[in-house]
Design a protein around this ligand. Structure first.
Ligand code: NAD
Ligand code: MG
Length: 399
């Protein structure tokens, strides 16, 4: 049966990979709506190819530019072009949507993703920041509204694939009851695994976004270089797999062929392997529990030599240590570190602060923040707002 897909963040790296998988499987999936922030040119091309019924842009200005551009094409009927967060939320919850790919980057993805959850959709979660920001609230909504949540982040997808089917089907299940003793979250270590520590201050934007194995958006590329990405994934894993920080261990695996592992009580370790290509987890999420073509080449085991594994060095990756500490502290701490990091990474990307300043900002904000108990979405958004303001001020003082 044909499935209607909404792609939140369609012009980004994950969005484009999602559309690639959909195009390869056009007999199963059609695009109901595309949602993006910027990138009108890319959006025009996506409209021509996928003929969505709705498009939502972040701003009215981008929506107007898009409407004008679409008028000049041969595409008819034209999609309805809307703007703003409210429209994104409505489209994510559209009655005819079967699957929602949540691939907006950062906190901007939270509200549309929650709307998809509240509408009980099959939600493919790439936007880890949404879950890091709102953890328990997000998972409570998944259970209450009987949404199907499938992790797209390659590590969490690998863990999910390595867990028993009975666990996958039960959001309230406990790992220990299914014989699991540990989740082994792998990470490549990013581009600076070997770089002398005393030269990290001088890292340029171009160096930071050049990941050795994965091609990704700018924010997650910087997060991978600081390993804040692994820290956010640590928190993400805690929520997705209903466990605690003690159940998760980070393992450095520079080759990025093993995407993560699950260790069982009896000594077994089950891993998922594959090319570092997000189309594999995306295809898995779209078709779950079936399997479809993702356009990904099979692994060539003759070429897979020198697999290595080490422990992360917190002197090299202080942001990872900070995020794990925040995970142990609780919701306000993880919301705070996520917000601060988003502001700090944006400042690094536009040349306002240095690479190692990202940690300085995050550590100072987490140190100063009040960390009140959070009971609802408004509480979480308030904590997020305060942390952003503190991060801006810290950045001013560093400049
Ligand atoms: P990207 O920067 O390439 O794309 C981001 C998308 O979000 C774009 O379509 C952009 O227009 C849209 N967007 C930005 N601000 C918006 C706003 N205010 N309203 C609506 N749309 C907005 O990022 P990406 O690499 O595709 O990552 C997307 C998400 O997936 C992130 O949360 C990232 O952590 C996660 N993720 C990405 C990868 C990867 O390989 N790229 C892997 C795992 C997880
Ligand atoms: Mg990942």
């Amino acid at each position: 049966m044909m499935q209607n897909v909404v792609v939140l963040g369609s012009t980004g790296s994950i969005g484009q990979s999602t559309l690639d998988v959909i195009a390869r499987n056009h007999q199963r999936y059609q695009v109901l709506a595309l949602v993006a922030g910027q990138g009108v040119d890319t959006m025009v091309a996506q409209c021509l190819q996928f003929k969505p019924r709705f498009v939502v842009m972040a701003s009215e200005q981008a929506a107007q530019t898009l409407r004008a551009a679409l008028q000049t094409t041969a595409l008819r009927p034209l999609p309805e072009v809307l703007a703003g967060t409210k429209a994104m939320q409505e489209i994510a919850a559209h009655p005819e949507a079967d699957i929602v790919m949540a691939a907006i980057v950062g906190a901007a993805g939270l509200l549309p993703t929650l709307s998809a959850v509240e509408a009980g959709k099959k939600v493919l979660l790439a936007n880890k920041e949404a879950l890091v920001m709102s953890g328990q609230l997000f998972m409570d909504k998944v259970i209450k509204h009987r949404a199907t949540l499938l992790p797209i982040d390659s590590e969490h997808n690998a863990i999910y694939q390595s867990l028993p089917y009975a666990f996958q089907q039960d959001q309230t299940a406990h790992l220990a009851h299914h014989g699991v003793s540990k989740i082994l979250l792998t990470g490549s270590g990013g581009p600076f695994l070997q770089r002398p520590l005393d030269t990290l201050d001088a890292v340029t934007v171009a160096e930071a976004v050049a990941h050795p194995n994965w091609s990704m958006g700018q924010k997650i590329s910087v997060d991978s270089a600081t390993m804040m990405n692994k820290g956010l994934e640590f928190i993400e894993a805690k929520w997705l797999f209903n466990c605690s920080a003690d159940d998760i261990e980070v393992v450095i695996h520079p080759q990025s062929m093993i995407h993560s592992m699950v260790q069982y009580r009896d000594g077994s370790v089950i891993a998922q392997l594959g090319q570092p290509d997000m189309r594999t987890p995306i295809a898995y999420g779209l078709a779950y529990p079936e399997r479809i073509d993702a356009g990904v080449a099979p692994l060539d085991f003759a070429k897979m030599v020198n697999f290595s594994f080490t422990k992360p060095d917190f002197a090299r990756y202080p942001n990872l240590q900070l995020a794990i500490a925040a995970c142990r502290s609780g919701q306000a701490a993880t919301t705070t570190v996520n917000a601060s990091n988003e502001v700090a990474v944006a400042a690094f990307l536009c040349g306002e602060i240095g690479f190692t300043d990202i940690y300085r900002v995050n550590a100072a904000v987490l140190e100063q923040a009040d960390l009140p108990a959070t009971h609802c979405l408004d509480d979480i958004l308030a904590v997020d707002g305060v942390a952003r303001e503190m991060a801006y001020q810290r950045i001013q003082s560093l400049r």
